[in-house]
Design a protein. Sequence first.
Length: 152
Amino acid sequence: MTQGPAPRPLSDDALCALLGRQQFGTLATVKRGGHPHLTTMLYHWDAGSRVARFSTTADRVKVRHLRRDPRAALHVQGGDVWSFAVAEGEAEVSEITTVPGDPVGRELLGMIPQGAKPDDEDAFLEQLVAERRLVIRLKVDRLYGTALDIAG
């Protein structure tokens, strides 16, 4: 029996590049009983500060989990089913944006990709307040992941 290629660990640079290429990942938080809570999230990766940012509303269960236990992980799929990156660390939950254009609202606005900025920025900032949005900042202290090179 011939054994196929083994997965190869990705370098820190490759992991950061993968996190930067993707927009969606699975955020894992810790439930009160210790089991993971998983949710698919749109995120913004800042490789320089090693922070993944997520926009969410204050009433979400993940916000309650992170306020109680800040440990979290982000799993991001690579270009194929055999490639992935995981970013682990402690999350910080911001205050809710309460005034259009406040620092949290501006941070949320800054997370939008350049080509997708809203036409009416003031209306967008007002919507963030109405939705009671906040920022989850996952401060990454461990990155890992693998790729499997299979000749096609």
